[in-house]
Ligand binder design. Structure first.
Ligand SMILES: Cc1cc2nc3c(=O)[nH]c(=O)nc-3n(C[C@H](O)[C@H](O)[C@H](O)COP(=O)(O)OP(=O)(O)OC[C@H]3O[C@@H](n4cnc5c(N)ncnc54)[C@H](O)[C@@H]3O)c2cc1C
Length: 472
């Protein structure tokens, strides 16, 4: 059933002429999901400028039972932010709601609208001598509403947590068009159920986030960044444990990079250089940060850690950045992994987590299983070891047919996810479920959990108009 013109006209009237578009050229990039796995259709893009306008749009849609797909930066990796192919869903973008409403230095909080770009939030916090710690490679285009709705993680989770730990309050429009103002800046609040946590990570299926109170931290003035060659992946875990103790728990990143990653990045990223003269199998990028500006103590802690690890053989080589430019060059080796892998042909991705201590066991078991099926597949297992999250990505064999390789997506998912779940892990550590992993969620989560999720969905969105077909 297509959406009646009377409904489309009522939605347009709710936002005024600057707040909507049906121009195919404007719609096209917003209908294509980041990796091109899904391309949807819609008769209308609506771009409200205020929370009241969001509420007015949702009221019209609720009355007419028209499905709404919320979208922020459209950088999500599970097909959550694009409508399906039916043409019966409207696309609601938050990008015009991009004001910082308040910044409070004493509370260490910033109140922002959902459409603020993450990098702009970083800049605004920095102007105040503070920091918002969510760091993603997509930070130049993802928006905070999308970060909240997908409970984004990133590089600093081991120190600051995911968005669940970084949001104090939320304002949202609910499925019937009513507005919930939960913009409380409280660090402690045990008055009933924590409703904001229902919306964080709900991927647009329970409400439309319009604003939030974010936690800020003192800006780091001192960072020590090292890149080390590991004896093996088992050594990474022991080194991580030692790094936490050696730095008085000031580790802000601990990222695993395998040899093939260095090969991909140095092949495709213009300024990337292998920091070592010889090739090693596995590497880690380690960063300590502190708010105090005096360098000495933190640097000595890193130097001691590296010297002891070199002496006992758990690392084989190390470089410690002497400047911000050198630290950035080391980070490039990590940040460019995904773009470089894209240029190596088709890629089947897994975003799994297991307990930190089981990461080596997971990587070895999953690698063996995958190689047994396709001996020349190229495994790039990298990522946020410090929080148990591995991006276990599979590049097609050199010269293989890309489409035929991608046809194996579901099969390899099953192989890898079975191993992660058997280790008490998760099939989605940080990218969410969206449309891509909906069936996988139903397959792996116990029926009691799926039933609870469905009950929550029914309670908050009884007519199923908010992002249908996603998550559950
Ligand atoms: C290069 C690259 C690197 C990445 N690295 C990371 C990483 O390290 N960690 C990580 O967690 N993710 C990462 N991602 C994934 C993605 O950037 C994050 O999930 C990000 O938080 C999505 O934000 P967005 O604004 O683009 O949201 P979108 O893609 O627009 O939306 C994501 C989901 O949220 C819903 N949604 C959007 N806005 C709202 C709203 N206001 N209210 C309710 N629902 C809403 C959408 O319907 C969709 O389901 C990466 C992506 C890329 C391309």
């Amino acid at each position: 059933v297509s959406i009646p013109d009377t409904v489309l006209d009522a939605i347009k009237a709710a936002v005024g002429p600057a707040g909507w578009s049906d121009d195919p050229d404007i719609l096209a990039p917003r209908l294509r999901e980041e990796r091109g796995l899904f391309v949807g259709a819609t008769p209308l893009l609506v771009r409200p400028a205020t929370t009241d306008e969001v509420a007015a749009v949702v009221r019209v849609c609720a009355e007419a039972r028209v499905p709404i797909v919320p979208q922020s930066g459209n950088t999500g990796l599970v097909g959550g932010a694009v409508p399906d192919e039916s043409g019966d869903q409207i696309l609601l973008a938050l990008d015009r709601m991009n004001r910082v409403r308040a910044l409070d230095r004493a509370d260490h909080t910033m109140t922002v609208e959902a459409g603020c770009v993450l990098a702009d939030i970083h800049a605004r916090a920095a102007e105040a001598g503070l920091m918002f710690p969510l760091r993603l490679a997509s930070e130049g285009s993802c928006r905070i509403g999308g970060n909240i709705a997908s409970n984004a993680g990133g590089n600093a989770v081991l120190r600051y947590g995911t968005m669940r730990n970084l949001v104090l309050g939320i304002e949202a429009v609910l499925a019937d068009g009513s507005m919930w103002n939960g913009l409380r800046a409280l660090h402690k609040d045990n008055s009933g159920y924590d409703l904001k946590q229902l919306l964080i990570g709900s991927e647009g299926t329970l409400g439309i986030v319009t604003a939030a109170v974010l936690k800020l931290f003192p800006a780091p003035r001192n960072r020590q960044t090292a890149f080390v060659a590991l004896a093996d992946i088992e050594a990474a875990i022991a080194l991580f444990v030692r790094a936490r103790a050696a730095s008085s728990d000031l580790v802000s990143a601990f990222e695993l990079v395998p040899r093939i990653g260095i090969e991909f990045v140095t092949r495709h990223a213009a300024n990337a250089r292998d920091p070592f003269k010889i090739a090693y199998d596995d590497y880690a990028l380690i960063e300590f940060t502190a708010a105090r500006s005096d360098e000495g103590e933190l640097r000595s802690a890193m130097e001691r850690l590296l010297a002891e690890a070199l002496a006992d053989g758990s690392i084989l080589d190390a470089v410690l950045a002497e400047s911000d430019a050198q630290a950035d060059a080391l980070w490039l080796l990590r940040e460019e992994l995904s773009p470089a892998q894209k240029r190596e042909g088709a890629c089947i991705k897994h975003d799994v987590s297991v307990p930190v201590s089981r990461i080596p066991e997971f990587i070895r078991a999953a690698s063996d299983a995958v190689l047994a099926e396709m001996p020349d597949i190229r495994i790039l297992a990298f990522g946020h070891v410090g929080d148990g999250n591995v991006h276990f990505n599979l590049s097609q064999p050199v010269g293989a047919d890309s489409a035929a390789f991608l046809d194996q997506w579901a099969h390899f998912n099953r192989v890898v996810h079975d191993i992660a779940v058997a280790m008490d892990g998760s099939i989605s550590a940080e990218h969410g479920i969206g449309r891509l992993k909906r069936d996988e969620l139903a397959h792996y989560r116990p029926a009691v959990e799926i039933d609870l999720m469905r009950a929550i969905k029914r309670a908050l969105d009884p007519d199923g108009i908010l992002n249908p077909g996603k998550v559950i």
